[in-house]
Design a protein around this ligand. Structure first.
Ligand code: JFZ
Length: 463
């Protein structure tokens, strides 16, 4: 008995201790919430990975370099002196910034983010900080970012820049190029072996400054892979951004706190969350163009991921990888346009909506303790439907036909009426014993995804 009591006491104490350790939620930062307003509304953006790596397109000297297209220099350990020669061949004569922005708009995307400099160190913009840039080192000679920024301004599209602040395989001081310049750190993993500070102060920081000075309003800076980014170094970048353009968002991969959380690549969390977040994702299996990657996701898959993410409170940043000529591969453009046509009819269920007030529809954690490859508890997603919200409204998006009458999850609010979003056709409701159901006409109006709007009394769902 005594023993039991003692054990119980210990559990209580440790629970209390654990509670004391969890950081109390930060007080809301009004300036940050203000910056995030457009982002929370936008939901869907176009990511563009474009650079010299589009020329080899996943191969080097006839040898396939496995992995991501933009990692070809690393994967095939191409020496700087060799890789650099690509610049002399970069001449994207088919690049048309207006067409790209038009595609993003047709796709229903509300912001664009382009690689201004990826890990290979090559700048897609005129830079005084390094001659290794599209204007000074290529026969093309024109500033890609400038053209895109001007086109975005003409079309009213927000534009952000990806910038690899830490990895720069072109510079002896940058992180990541072990084949030319040796390891970044000693075996202790801490002692730095490169002149990393010189690189940061001589190239990365000046270039970020250029990005925030020469291209008009920058919607966001998408930093990435924060190797060796101490909080102090991260803060220097954050200060640059805040000083030069206080409204510019900082993503979640700077190495110090940003404005929103970036998930792992292609990772969609299992549950909803109220903080701002974004899933960066590929439309095939690479970011930068690879000739051999034609594993395009279907419009239905993209539409599901979009609504899934939005119903969990996040944004979907979906990537395209243009060719060396400056063309967004036709199959990916077609997929985007198809989803865009769906959004033109059903966008009310997506843009500016709030996350699901329920959550059981996302799926379930295995009860049997099965683990995934990462050793994490296995989540079995359900994919039949998702729901988003506005005051007084629920948007149920069905991706497959419910086999039985669909039961609206229990809520205290009185349900008033329901209709299909696409054609406003009324949907008959049946309420019995406090449960409201409806039948979705078969076959579904839109086999890809059909939205039913349910109006209820009050502003917010009470459960
Ligand atoms: C990085 C880059 O290395 C890659 O080339 C691409 O630009 C991508 C968007 O970002 O890759 C990452 C970075 C972070 C994670 C995974 C891949 N992550 O946190 O899981």
């Amino acid at each position: 008995m005594r023993k039991l009591f003692a054990a119980g006491f210990l559990v209580c104490v440790s629970l209390l201790a654990a509670r004391a350790q969890t950081p109390s939620p930060k007080p809301p930062d009004p300036a940050k919430e203000k910056r995030l307003e457009w982002f929370r509304e936008a939901k869907y953006g176009m990511f563009i990975h474009w650079g010299l790596y589009a020329i080899p397109a996943g191969e080097w000297n006839g040898r396939r370099c496995l992995g991501l297209g933009e990692w070809v220099m690393n994967r095939c350990q191409v020496p700087v002196k060799e890789y650099e020669k690509l610049a002399a061949r970069f001449d994207p004569v088919k690049f048309n910034a207006d067409e790209w922005v038009q595609l993003a708009q047709d796709a229903g995307m509300k912001y664009m983010v382009i690689t201004s400099k990826h890990h290979d160190g090559f700048a897609m913009f005129k830079s005084a900080a390094s001659p290794y840039n599209v204007v000074d080192a290529t026969p093309y000679k024109k500033d890609i970012l400038k053209q895109l920024a001007d086109a975005c301004a003409r079309h009213g599209m927000r534009l952000g820049f990806y910038y690899s602040q830490s990895q720069d395989w072109h510079e002896p001081g940058g992180a990541g190029n072990t084949w030319d310049f040796g390891p970044d750190t000693a075996p202790d993993g801490k002692t730095e072996l490169k002149k990393y500070e010189d690189y940061l102060r001589g190239k990365a920081e000046p270039q970020v400054k250029e990005l925030l000075t020469n291209y008009g309003p920058v919607a966001l800076i998408w930093f990435d892979t924060p190797r060796m980014m101490t909080p102090e170094r991260g803060q220097r970048f954050a200060d640059l951004v805040r000083t030069l353009q206080p409204a510019t968002l900082i993503d979640g991969r700077l190495g110090t706190e940003g404005d929103y959380r970036s998930t792992g690549d292609n990772v969609i969390p299992a549950e909803a969350s109220a903080e701002a977040w974004e899933t960066p994702a590929t439309i095939n299996d690479t970011w930068g163009f690879r000739r051999d990657d034609t594993n395009w996701k279907s419009p239905g898959q993209i539409a599901f991921k979009l609504v899934d993410i939005v119903s969990k409170g996040g944004n979907y940043l979906l990537n395209v990888g243009p060719t060396a000529e400056g063309v967004i591969p036709q199959p990916s453009a077609e997929v985007l346009r198809t989803v865009g046509r769906w959004l033109r009819v059903n966008g009310e269920a997506v843009y500016g909506t709030g996350p699901s007030p329920f959550g059981d529809e996302f799926g379930e954690w295995t009860s049997r303790g099965a683990k995934d490859v990462r050793g994490q508890k296995l989540f079995l997603p359900h994919t039949e439907w998702r729901v988003t919200t506005r005051p007084g409204k629920l948007y149920f998006t069905f991706f497959s036909e419910p086999r039985a009458p669909f039961e609206i999850p229990v809520m205290k609010n009185r349900v008033l009426r329901a209709y299909r979003l696409a054609d406003k056709a009324p949907v008959e409701l049946k309420t019995e014993g406090g449960r409201t159901t409806f039948l979705l006409e078969r076959p579904m109006l839109d086999p890809m995804a059909t939205v039913v709007v349910v109006e209820f009394e009050g502003q917010k769902v009470e459960r």
